[in-house]
Structure formats: structure tokens, C-alpha cells
Write a protein that binds this ligand. Structure first.
Ligand SMILES: [Fe+2]
Ligand SMILES: [Fe+2]
Length: 211
């Protein structure tokens, strides 16, 4: 079978749906590569900052990695603004939806709400914006994590002089995360992890400093 015969879903046969399911499974194997390509497209978007959105993404991920954060954090930091391409009004939710089946809940929540938290840094400069929008999440168990996510990795990552690692450095991590079994409770329900692991960060800095 190369393609199905039906023109309305209700007429499809068991064999046709099994064929389509196999096709979809094959297609999902390309998710990581498609995301990396989408990240490259962020290089073209949103002018006005001193760095591109791709530069901001790799800088956020580099800061996360140098903080000793684990792979779920690093990939979440890398992808946190990928929604800028198609969802400029809810880019945070868009990115969180992509990540949801493949990272733990802690990271998904922080990506999903980072837009509200980021307003702390600029909301007071603009008419109609609420600098304290993050307060609506007060009491949530990940409030402090998202505040730290924004402070350490997001709002800090617009520096054209920062030595960010290239997208290619993070590509294997993106592949690893998106090769996971989707919605695996062992992944989505995994134990929370700190953002900044001081000892690991120090060791990595030493490693990088070697000639
Ligand atoms: Fe953002
Ligand atoms: Fe950002």
C-alpha cells in the first residue's frame, strides 16, 4: 500500500489505519531534526535586539548547560521561544506544548508560563502591561523555578558578546529528548531538578578552560 483509498475518514479500513499509523510513527522520528531547522529559522525573525532569536535561544541553553542543569532544562531553555515563529501572542504555551510529551512537568510548566514571569523585567515600561503578571502563579510549586529560569537564562540572554555554544552542540540533546517514549510517566513525572548545580557548573567551566 502506498496510500489509502478513502476520501472520508469514516470509510477507512483497519489495514489502512494500521498503514497510516506506521507512517506517522516513521514521521515522528524526524521531530528533532524539524525542530532544529525551525530554530535556525529563528535567526531571521524579530529584529531590534542586539542578537537574533536563535542567538537568544542558544545563549539561554548555554547558560543552562554551564549552570550544570540537566538535559530537560537545557533543551527546554533552547526551545523556550520557538513559538515566536507561529504564535507570537502565546509563544510560551506553544513551546510548552511541543515539549510536554518529552520533558518532566517542572520544565514544561516553566516554559509555559515564562511569558508572564518575564514581564517583571519590562512590564513597567509599557502601557497596558502588568509588571507583576507572574503574581497570578504565586503559591505554585514551580513559581521559584520559573523565576530562576527567567532571571538566570531568559532575561540575561540578549548579550551579543556572550560566548554561546552553537546549535550543533545542543543537537544531540534535542535528538535524545525527542527520541523518548512520548508521555512516559517516568519522564513527565520524573523528580524535580535544580536549575543551577554549582559543583557541576564549576567542573564544566574548568573543562572548557582546558586548551
Ligand atoms: Fe519568551
Ligand atoms: Fe526568551
Amino acid at each position: 500500500m502506498e496510500r489509502v483509498n478513502f476520501t472520508q475518514m469514516k470509510d477507512g479500513t483497519k489495514e489502512e489505519y494500521e498503514f497510516l499509523t506506521n507512517h506517522e510513527i516513521e514521521y515522528t522520528k524526524g521531530t528533532a531534526e524539524r525542530l532544529l531547522t525551525a530554530l535556525e529559522k529563528l535567526d531571521e525573525g524579530l529584529s531590534g535586539y542586539q542578537i537574533t532569536r536563535l542567538g537568544h535561544s542558544t545563549q539561554s541553553a548555554t547558560r543552562a548547560w554551564r549552570d550544570g542543569a540537566d538535559i530537560d532544562w537545557v533543551v527546554s531553555a533552547l526551545l523556550h521561544d520557538i513559538g515566536d515563529i507561529f504564535a507570537p501572542y502565546n509563544h510560551d504555551e506553544y513551546a510548552a506544548t511541543i515539549l510536554k510529551p518529552f520533558v518532566r512537568e517542572q520544565c514544561r510548566w516553566c516554559v509555559e508560563t515564562h511569558g508572564d514571569f518575564q514581564m517583571l523585567y519590562y512590564g513597567h515600561h509599557l502601557e497596558g502591561f502588568d509588571q507583576n503578571k507572574r503574581d497570578r502563579h504565586k503559591g505554585h510549586k514551580y513559581f521559584a523555578d520559573c523565576a530562576e529560569f527567567c532571571e538566570r537564562w531568559d532575561q540575561a540572554s540578549f548579550d551579543p558578546d556572550y560566548d554561546s555554544l552553537p546549535l550543533s552542540f545542543f543537537a544531540p540533546m534535542v535528538h535524545e529528548v525527542f527520541a523518548r517514549t512520548p508521555y512516559d510517566p517516568a519522564v513527565t513525572g520524573a523528580a524535580d531538578q535544580p536549575l543551577c548545580v554549582a559543583e557541576v557548573a564549576a567542573a564544566r567551566a574548568l573543562e572548557e578552560a582546558k586548551p
